[in-house]
Design a protein around this ligand. Structure first.
Ligand SMILES: Nc1ncnc2c1ncn2[C@@H]1O[C@H](COP(=O)(O)OP(=O)(O)OP(=O)(O)O)[C@@H](O)[C@H]1O
Ligand SMILES: [Mg+2]
Length: 497
């Protein structure tokens, strides 16, 4: 069982201004699940992009299946049996599931230049995907599938090419609990069949359920590795962050201040007849399963969805947010969950992405005051520990978690009265999570009201003063923190019997 299939030794990678990997060494056994953990920007994705052939290393040796491998393309890697599922999925959405699975190996009727044999293609793709799920129709377009189903298509694609090593980079960050559990089972089954898996995640519960070994990276170095059964969460977190985190969830319930927001019978998008209040200094959690309508509620509040019915009052005044611009004017800020689509201008700098929401206030004589803008960016980079060579670096060169911090900085900069956070710590490492929680606590002390949607139940239970539970667009319950438990929230989330 303990036969080594892969060894990466002394791997070094430089980007302009960054030593992303510094002599990293990892090894992987056949049929083993190795969890790769570390803070945002530690170098996890970079290491695995080198293994998958997407990046070239500057130094080091990769030994795979008994041979040294070098200078290969991503496609050649797949042919050798090394497949990767990226942090941000990239597939061909307009093509069918079958085409995505079979990629360059679509069966032809008679030889290379003849038309595609669709019947045969669907049959082959179906045989492969059935090994992991019965739920996916291979003739469907990939863009019509959920994020979870798209992950499975990616796995099936790897399986069609005889994979030996499967790399998964934060595969569950866009999945709900049920989908996550399904995926974990599939991964476990693949490992049982002798496939070796490298699994990156910031979620400790997943890491401990799934992995045989845990490799910790810090600042571009491989610092330590552990047999999962012989270690614990605290040890891993300490190794990752380089210090002990004393209190992960700092939020202390305060006497709620004045009512800052009143939402009456809001109906928009998936949300139906939603009413609630928010007070100064309070964190209101919005809990529900995926599709429960939570995002509709907050987008409606932010002027990003048309209100079919209902009204909004801020500090007793009725307001209308016809667009996000109105909402910002009314001192509402919204950190969206889909940072790639709604959040960031990826080819622009960290500085620009932070200052954009308040760019008007930075105008001096009809020009942006560059100095003030730079200072603003520097402050946030420092405050949130955004790991970037400089504020001028393009956002798409940052690691996933650091991109998320940039979005948060942008909205905090607008000094809102009401801050809406939609899954704010998705993809964020434990150290930075603790920073974000303590920032939320500071904001509450300053009298801001926070609405938080979270896919992590623990986060909701620990941070929210009050939890509004939704199911199928409606509010099914409101639970104060003292009474909230995993069971009663879940019960309300599935319809509230
Ligand atoms: N294409 C690139 N150009 C320049 N710098 C890069 C590039 N890709 C990564 N980096 C830098 O390399 C370092 C490591 O990034 P990497 O994406 O590997 O981190 P990570 O451990 O995957 O973090 P996260 O948990 O946030 O996903 C970071 O400082 C990042 O900014
Ligand atoms: Mg990453």
């Amino acid at each position: 069982m303990s036969e080594t299939i892969l060894k990466m030794q002394g791997i070094t990678k430089r980007f302009p201004g960054v030593l992303a990997l510094d002599q990293v060494t990892i090894s992987l056994n056949r049929g083993e699940v190795l969890a790769l953990v570390g803070e945002n920007g530690a170098g996890k994705s970079t290491l695995l992009k080198i293994l998958s052939g997407a990046y070239t290393k500057d130094e080091g040796v990769i030994e795979y299946d008994g041979k040294v491998i070098e200078g290969y393309t991503p496609n050649e890697a797949i042919d050798m049996g090394i497949s990767i599922i990226y942090q941000e999925l990239d597939n061909y959405g307009t093509l069918t599931v079958a085409e995505n699975i079979l990629v360059n190996a679509m069966p032809k009727k008679n030889g290379k230049f003849s038309p595609i044999d669709w019947k045969e293609a669907y049959k082959r793709a179906d045989e492969i995907i059935r090994q992991i799920t019965d739920e996916i129709d291979v003739t469907a377009k990939v863009s019509t599938l959920t994020a979870a189903q798209q992950q499975l298509v990616e796995i099936a694609k790897a399986m069609s090419r005889n994979m030996k090593v499967l790399i998964m980079d934060e595969p569950t960050s866009a999945l709900n609990r049920v989908e996550t559990e399904q995926l974990l089972k599939i991964v476990q089954n693949l490992a049982k069949q002798g496939i070796s898996i490298i699994y990156i995640s910031h979620r400790m519960d997943e890491i401990f359920t799934l992995s045989d070994r845990i490799q910790v990276m810090r600042d571009g170095k491989s610092v330590s590795d552990f047999v999962t059964a012989k270690t614990d969460e605290e040890t891993i977190v300490r190794e990752m962050v380089g210090r002990t985190l004393d209190s992960m969830y700092p939020h202390v319930k305060q006497e709620p201040g004045e009512c800052i927001l009143k939402v009456n019978h809001l109906t928009c998008g998936k949300a139906k007849d939603v009413s609630f209040n928010l007070h100064r200094g309070e964190i209101l959690g919005l809990f529900g399963l995926m599709g429960a309508g939570r995002t509709s509620v907050v987008r409606g509040l932010f002027g990003d969805l048309y209100l079919r019915d209902g009204s909004i009052e801020i500090l007793g005044n009725s307001i209308k947010n016809r667009s996000p611009k109105d909402a910002i004017h009314n001192k509402i800020a919204y950190v969206p969950n889909e940072r790639k689509v709604e959040g960031l201008m990826l080819t622009d700098s960290v500085r620009f992405n932070i200052s954009i929401a308040v760019i008007n206030s930075l105008q001096k004589h009809f020009k942006v005051d560059k100095k003030a803008e730079k200072k603003m960016a520097d402050t946030w980079v420092e405050k949130l520990g955004i790991r970037t060579p400089s504020p001028e670096t393009r956002v798409d060169n940052l690691s996933g978690g650091n991109q998320q911090k940039v979005v948060i900085a942008r909205w905090l900069q607008t000094s809102p009265d009401i801050l809406i956070l939609n899954d704010p710590t998705r993809g964020i490492d434990v150290g930075a999570k603790a920073e974000i929680y303590s920032l939320m606590e500071d904001l509450c002390r300053q009298g801001i009201g926070i609405i938080m949607i979270s896919s992590e139940l623990q986060e909701t239970l620990s941070m929210a003063d009050r939890i509004l539970v939704m199911s199928e667009g409606k509010v099914t319950g409101e639970v104060p923190r003292e009474e909230a438990t995993q069971e009663n929230l879940m019960k309300l989330a599935v319809g509230g019997i």
